[in-house]
Design a protein around this ligand. Structure first.
Ligand SMILES: [Zn+2]
Length: 127
Protein backbone atom coordinates (compact mmCIF):
# COMPACT_ATOMS: atom_id res chain seq x y z
CA UNK A 1 0.00 0.00 0.00
CA UNK A 2 1.27 3.41 -1.08
CA UNK A 3 0.08 5.16 2.09
CA UNK A 4 1.80 2.63 4.32
CA UNK A 5 5.26 3.41 2.95
CA UNK A 6 4.53 7.13 3.29
CA UNK A 7 3.46 6.63 6.91
CA UNK A 8 6.66 4.67 7.63
CA UNK A 9 8.88 7.44 6.30
CA UNK A 10 6.80 10.06 8.13
CA UNK A 11 7.33 8.13 11.35
CA UNK A 12 11.09 8.07 10.72
CA UNK A 13 11.16 11.84 10.40
CA UNK A 14 8.91 12.32 13.42
CA UNK A 15 11.00 10.08 15.67
CA UNK A 16 14.22 11.78 14.55
CA UNK A 17 12.73 15.19 15.35
CA UNK A 18 11.48 13.90 18.70
CA UNK A 19 14.91 12.47 19.55
CA UNK A 20 16.63 15.74 18.67
CA UNK A 21 14.18 17.60 20.90
CA UNK A 22 14.63 15.13 23.74
CA UNK A 23 10.91 14.47 23.68
CA UNK A 24 9.20 11.87 25.83
CA UNK A 25 6.06 11.87 23.76
CA UNK A 26 4.86 13.13 20.41
CA UNK A 27 1.45 14.74 20.70
CA UNK A 28 0.66 15.76 17.16
CA UNK A 29 2.16 16.06 13.72
CA UNK A 30 1.21 18.04 10.69
CA UNK A 31 2.01 17.06 7.13
CA UNK A 32 1.42 18.67 3.78
CA UNK A 33 0.52 16.24 1.05
CA UNK A 34 0.83 17.37 -2.53
CA UNK A 35 -2.04 16.37 -4.77
CA UNK A 36 0.41 14.78 -7.22
CA UNK A 37 1.16 12.13 -4.63
CA UNK A 38 -2.37 10.79 -5.00
CA UNK A 39 -2.64 10.02 -1.31
CA UNK A 40 -5.99 9.03 0.12
CA UNK A 41 -6.15 10.92 3.45
CA UNK A 42 -8.29 8.27 5.16
CA UNK A 43 -5.85 5.56 4.10
CA UNK A 44 -2.92 7.62 5.35
CA UNK A 45 -4.66 8.11 8.69
CA UNK A 46 -5.20 4.39 9.01
CA UNK A 47 -1.60 3.66 8.02
CA UNK A 48 -0.34 6.25 10.50
CA UNK A 49 -2.31 4.67 13.32
CA UNK A 50 -0.75 1.32 12.44
CA UNK A 51 2.88 2.45 12.23
CA UNK A 52 2.91 4.75 15.25
CA UNK A 53 2.14 1.89 17.68
CA UNK A 54 4.77 1.20 20.34
CA UNK A 55 6.70 4.38 19.62
CA UNK A 56 6.89 7.81 21.25
CA UNK A 57 4.27 8.81 18.74
CA UNK A 58 1.75 6.12 19.59
CA UNK A 59 -0.93 8.69 20.37
CA UNK A 60 0.21 11.42 18.02
CA UNK A 61 -2.63 13.02 16.14
CA UNK A 62 -2.02 13.34 12.43
CA UNK A 63 -3.21 16.47 10.72
CA UNK A 64 -3.14 16.34 6.93
CA UNK A 65 -3.14 19.43 4.79
CA UNK A 66 -3.73 18.78 1.13
CA UNK A 67 -1.83 20.99 -1.29
CA UNK A 68 -3.32 21.35 -4.73
CA UNK A 69 -1.06 20.80 -7.70
CA UNK A 70 0.12 23.50 -10.07
CA UNK A 71 1.59 22.97 -13.46
CA UNK A 72 3.50 25.52 -15.48
CA UNK A 73 3.41 25.43 -19.24
CA UNK A 74 6.88 25.34 -20.79
CA UNK A 75 5.55 26.99 -23.93
CA UNK A 76 3.71 30.03 -22.59
CA UNK A 77 4.51 30.02 -18.88
CA UNK A 78 0.88 29.81 -17.82
CA UNK A 79 0.29 28.27 -14.42
CA UNK A 80 -2.80 26.21 -13.91
CA UNK A 81 -4.20 23.52 -11.70
CA UNK A 82 -4.09 20.33 -13.73
CA UNK A 83 -6.71 17.67 -13.64
CA UNK A 84 -4.36 15.08 -12.24
CA UNK A 85 -6.43 12.07 -13.14
CA UNK A 86 -6.99 13.05 -16.76
CA UNK A 87 -4.83 15.64 -18.36
CA UNK A 88 -2.01 18.07 -18.00
CA UNK A 89 -2.83 20.06 -21.11
CA UNK A 90 -2.14 23.77 -20.96
CA UNK A 91 -5.49 25.54 -21.32
CA UNK A 92 -3.89 28.07 -23.67
CA UNK A 93 -1.57 25.98 -25.83
CA UNK A 94 -3.42 22.70 -25.52
CA UNK A 95 -0.08 20.95 -25.14
CA UNK A 96 1.08 18.74 -22.33
CA UNK A 97 4.57 20.25 -22.15
CA UNK A 98 4.32 21.25 -18.53
CA UNK A 99 6.35 21.22 -15.37
CA UNK A 100 4.84 20.46 -11.99
CA UNK A 101 5.73 23.43 -9.80
CA UNK A 102 3.67 22.66 -6.73
CA UNK A 103 1.92 19.73 -5.10
CA UNK A 104 4.59 17.14 -5.76
CA UNK A 105 5.92 16.77 -2.24
CA UNK A 106 5.15 15.35 1.14
CA UNK A 107 6.38 17.72 3.81
CA UNK A 108 6.49 17.09 7.53
CA UNK A 109 5.49 20.55 8.65
CA UNK A 110 5.46 20.29 12.40
CA UNK A 111 6.02 17.82 15.18
CA UNK A 112 4.53 18.77 18.53
CA UNK A 113 6.36 17.05 21.34
CA UNK A 114 6.11 16.86 25.05
CA UNK A 115 9.50 17.30 26.69
CA UNK A 116 9.68 16.03 30.20
CA UNK A 117 12.45 17.59 32.25
CA UNK A 118 11.88 15.31 35.21
CA UNK A 119 14.92 12.99 35.17
CA UNK A 120 13.08 10.12 36.81
CA UNK A 121 10.49 10.01 34.04
CA UNK A 122 12.94 9.04 31.30
CA UNK A 123 14.39 5.99 32.98
CA UNK A 124 14.00 2.59 31.50
CA UNK A 125 13.41 3.79 27.97
CA UNK A 126 16.20 2.23 25.98
CA UNK A 127 15.84 2.45 22.26
ZN1 LIG B 1 0.73 27.08 -22.60
Amino acid sequence: MHEMSIAVSMLDGVLQAAARAGAVRVEAIEVEIGAMKLVVPEALQAAWEAVRADTLADEAVLKIEEISAWAECRQCGRRFEPDIAYSFLCPDCNRADVEIVRGNDIVLKSVICQVDRDPSAGEGTEA
